[in-house]
Design a protein around this ligand. Structure first.
Ligand SMILES: [Mn+2]
Length: 434
């Protein structure tokens, strides 16, 4: 367009000609001659041919008279045009301007078309997206959480899903080692938008499935150290971990890694059991001990720990009181029956404020009518809607990590327990600050 602009200057603004360089003149002249020939030739045939002929005659006349050399300097021609052929120049310029205006309009129209195409082109998100059921049948595609892309580390991620296929801390029915894989499998039906809350986590966050922690299934104590190291690496990337369990032992080593990075955290612990045993069968590491160990390790802000859904038979009447003695808030299942838990979560949000908070969700907090696929079932549990109220009630808090534990596929051949667990993990992602 520079050449067009120069040609316009050439045609209409002779007072600025003295500012033009020799090279600019050459460009302008070249364009003017070409444009005039084409436009005049096509649209103003007679006059155009006459003008073109006159221009050609002028040049050859000048050459024949020896007034210019064969290698004509355009500046000379321009001077001649200005000095001796003003009338012809004006007519010539008039058509040239018309031609150039037409050209400008055409170019502008095409630019608008191109801009429109760019504007309305299907946009590739810069964030990972779950594979859609419209791109691949839901029973196909990668066996990752929500069929998201997988990557080996948490680098570049705002949040990640990780499996811990471990059940060697289990006291009763085993099988939670199979949990992560079945949760991933059942997560295949999840769609990216949360119709209830309006959350669109994949529009604002980079999320991937980073696979499983390579625990040592023959050594629980070594496994908890492996887990801590694995999460320490995740946290170096500033990534929020969302964990697919796995027996509940795993929460302790995760909280240790978080304490190293962020210090002690508030805790929302949803479970049928308090999981604060000092030991089980003489062992300090087991799925009934993780919150006792986390407390010992200074991982928790004691006045901001909430245990929701505890119930069942105990060894003594004060089994649930140990936490209360540490300043924790314990809400037994019976206090949750028949009512919405939204007010409870509102109060918990107010009390936690802006403190970093971890959500640990044991699927056995649900009534076995909803989630039979777990190892230590207790009657009279939470409903799935109450669970949603709890998880959605975490939104707005400074959530630094979440887990969903104790899904044991062999005890639910329907897969529904894992499917509910997958939904809860998705809801956790939706509850993160975006
Ligand atoms: Mn538990």
């Amino acid at each position: 367009m520079d050449a067009v602009f120069l040609a316009l200057i050439f045609c209409g603004y002779d007072h600025s000609l003295r500012h033009l360089t020799k090279e600019m003149w050459r460009t302008a002249m070249s364009l003017a001659l070409t444009g005039a020939e084409r436009s005049i030739g096509q649209r103003y045939n007679d006059l155009g041919q006459r003008l073109a002929q006159q221009l050609g005659d002028l040049v050859s006349d000048l050459q024949q008279r020896g007034e210019v050399r064969a290698d004509i300097d355009p500046i000379l021609i321009a001077k001649m045009l200005f000095n001796n052929f003003t009338a012809m120049y004006i007519a010539f310029a008039k058509y040239l301007v018309m031609y150039l205006e037409t050209l400008k309009t055409k170019v502008a129209g095409q630019m608008a078309l191109i801009s429109n195409l760019i504007e309305n082109a299907p946009q590739m998100s810069k964030y990972n997206q779950p594979l859609s059921g419209n791109e691949m049948i839901r029973t196909g595609g990668p066996a990752t959480f929500m069929r998201l892309p997988s990557q080996p580390t948490a680098q570049g991620l705002d949040a990640c899903f990780i499996g811990i296929p471990m059940d060697i801390g289990t006291s009763n029915r085993p099988g939670a080692r199979l949990g992560p894989r079945q949760i991933r499998d059942e997560s295949r039906m999840l769609r990216p938008y949360n119709m209830a809350t309006g959350a669109a986590p994949f529009a604002n966050m980079q999320v991937a499935d980073i696979g499983d922690v390579p625990i040592n299934t023959f050594d629980l104590k070594k496994s908890v150290d492996i887990i801590t190291d694995f999460y320490a690496d995740i946290l170096t990337h500033g990534t929020i971990p969302l964990t697919l369990g796995g027996d509940h032992t795993l929460t302790w080593p995760i909280l240790r890694a978080i304490r190293e990075k962020l210090g002690p955290v508030a805790l929302v612990h949803v479970d049928a059991h308090a999981d604060v045993n000092d030991e089980m069968f003489g062992e300090k590491v087991a799925h009934g001990c993780p919150f006792r160990r986390a407390w010992e390790d200074g991982c928790l802000i004691n006045e901001k720990v909430y245990q929701i859904g505890l119930r069942g038979t105990g060894y003594s009447p004060d089994d649930f009181d140990w936490g209360r003695q540490q300043g924790w808030t314990v809400i037994p299942a019976e206090e949750c029956w028949y009512k919405s838990l939204a007010p409870l979560m509102s109060e918990i949000r107010r009390q936690i404020g802006d403190a970093p908070v971890y959500l640990s969700f044991d699927i056995d907090s649900l009534d076995p009518a909803y989630a039979p696929g777990t190892g230590t079932v207790e009657v009279g549990g939470l409903t799935s809607t109450q669970a949603l109220e709890i998880i959605r009630g975490m939104a707005g808090l400074n959530v630094v990590g979440c887990d969903l534990v104790e899904v044991s596929p062999p005890y639910d051949p329907t897969g529904n327990t894992a499917l509910i667990g997958a939904n809860f993990l998705y809801e956790m992602l939706c509850a993160l600050r975006q």
